[in-house]
Design a protein around this ligand. Structure first.
Ligand code: NAD
Length: 494
């Protein structure tokens, strides 16, 4: 399928933007892949109005009819998986092996949520009055705005659009300005699958203008956003003016705890994957590795040896482990944090950084850096790095590890490697994070609930609980007595 990236999708039509088209750069070589539309504020309004108009008829369809369209989208994503995976690599830079997994996930979100067609249920409650039924039903919120980051440009489209569709909502989705191509490609697939006009709208453009216009619009019923903490806070403040509910999936600073009884081969392999996948640009990446003092040095030796072997190179090649960083600005951010850590006393166990010879000229390359630190208050232990750099820290015992793990502004994912049943049970209670992985790493599962505590944001995605934010409740009091029921009484008057 060839895609015309110069048009976005509003009200069923592929339209150019009103602003100056934006170049999308390939992080592997810095070349321009495509020029995409920059939406004007009128177009943002049009997209929201289209979603509003389309919503009642969409919600009136039988859920199985909505699900059939979603299954067609899933099928089309699978039919076009190769092209979409290559597009993800070209615009985002993750290795092709990971991009294939991402595209598989993009299809699965549609299949998984389509299966909820017969499962969204209400409740029937006993009434205080005779011949009366009270029930609570779940109804769509209405119009959803979805805002997504650049690190999973295909899967995150599905993660927002699929639950919106099955619940009878309509959606306006804005991909990140640096990675809008997968979303525009998927828009064509959704159109081909028969999504009615206005049910899904893909609007491209800058966060500060187009994103802000979408999230400050009062005619929106839910904002679901994945991205950084500062942007999440801005959106929540803006949404407060309109009393629009928000669901925010923000950053992470995952602790990765390895106890002395853990299988070190498993723990090292898991830590390497968890830190360096997608060039370290995942919200659930291991960002702080806390190792029991009895095995710290051995773990560090093996971890460094494994990190050294990773192949940094052209992400289109199957043998590549680490592709380029998304952008020069993001690369420089990682360099700044690394340099500050070294200045503050971190010991360098593996010196990474910009390679002497670039795997591909013009790309944003960084090789892995491993640091050893003694102070958990250092910036590198507190700020999200989002790159192939990781601090290791020795911990005295389990209590020490949990204390450091919890002393974070973030609370998304945490990892524990141990075979001690009592520690495992304590970890479940004491590790104050929304997701705890025991002797395994991510990715999270569709049927789980991807949610963070503290600055990782209120709200969550996936599973039945993720679906819940796309629904509101309506309570119905139905009098079938044929008489006037007694009204205006205080609660509990009977
Ligand atoms: P970002 O906050 O810069 O951008 C996210 C989105 O918000 C983009 O589409 C952007 O255009 C938009 N945006 C920017 N300013 C806006 C504004 N004022 N109003 C409305 N929208 C605006 O984040 P990023 O750099 O793209 O993504 C990286 C961050 O995302 C990391 O912190 C990472 O941990 C987080 N992330 C979290 C999860 C999760 O599930 N918790 C998943 C992936 C990424």
């Amino acid at each position: 399928m060839t895609t015309d990236f110069s048009r976005m999708w509003i009200d069923g039509a592929f339209v150019p933007g009103e602003g100056t088209p934006r170049a999308v750069l390939n992080p592997t070589d810095g070349s321009t892949i495509a020029e995409v539309p920059e939406a004007g504020s009128g177009q943002v309004q049009q997209a929201i109005a289209a979603a509003r108009r389309a919503q009642p008829a969409w919600a009136a369809l039988a859920p199985v009819e909505r699900a059939a369209i979603m299954q067609r989208i899933a099928g089309l994503i699978r039919d076009n998986a190769d092209a979409l995976a290559k597009l993800v690599v070209r615009e985002q830079g993750k290795p092709i092996t990971e991009a294939r997994g991402e595209v598989g996930g993009a299809a699965e979100f549609f299949s998984y949520y389509a299966e909820f067609a017969r499962r969204i249920q209400g409740e029937i409650l006993p009434s205080d009055l005779p011949d009366e039924q009270i029930w609570i039903q779940r109804v769509p919120v209405g119009v959803v705005v979805g805002i997504i980051p650049w690190n999973y440009p295909a899967a995150l489209v599905s993660r927002k659009v699929a639950p919106a569709m099955i619940t009878g909502n309509t959606i306006v989705l804005k991909p990140h300005e640096e990675t809008p191509l997968s979303a525009l490609f998927m828009a064509r697939l959704m159109a081909e699958a028969g999504v009615p006009d206005g049910v899904v709208n893909i609007v491209t453009g800058d966060g500060a203008t187009v994103g802000a216009a979408l999230t400050s619009n009062p005619d929106v019923n839910l904002i679901t956003m994945t991205g950084s903490v500062p942007t999440g806070k801005k959106i929540m403040r803006t949404a407060a003016d309109n009393l629009v509910p928000v669901s925010l999936e923000l950053g992470g600073k995952a602790p990765f705890i390895v106890m002395e009884d853990a299988d070190l081969d498993i723990a090292v392999a898991a830590a390497v994957t968890s830190r360096f996948m997608n060039c370290g640009q995942v919200c659930i990446c291991a960002e702080r590795i806390l190792v029991h003092e009895a095995v710290h040095d051995e773990f560090a030796r093996r971890f460094v040896a494994a990190a050294k072997k990773l192949r940094v190179g052209d992400p289109m090649e199957d043998a590549t482990d680490i592709g380029p960083k998304i952008s020069v600005a993001e690369l420089e951010k990682v360099e700044r944090l690394t340099a500050a850590a070294v200045t503050a006393g971190a010991e360098v166990l593996l010196q990474g950084g910009r390679p002497d010879s670039a795997p591909v000229e013009g790309g944003n390359w960084l090789t892995p850096t491993v640091l050893s630190v003694e102070d958990s208050d250092m910036e590198i232990m507190q700020y999200e790095v989002f790159g192939p750099v990781v601090p290791l820290m020795k911990v005295r015992d389990f209590d020490h590890a949990v204390k450091i793990a919890n002393a974070s502004a973030y609370g998304l994912s945490a990892y524990l490697f141990t075979n001690d049943f009592r520690r495992i049970m304590r970890a479940i209670h004491e590790i104050d994070f929304g997701e705890v992985y025991l002797n395994r790493i991510g990715p999270e599962a569709l049927q789980g609930f991807h949610t963070g505590y503290r600055n990782s944001g209120p709200g969550g995605d996936d599973g039945v609980h993720g679906l819940e934010s796309y629904l509101r409740k309506k309570t119905v009091y139905a009098n079938h007595s044929g008489r006037a029921q007694v009204g205006l009484m205080p609660y509990g008057a009977h």
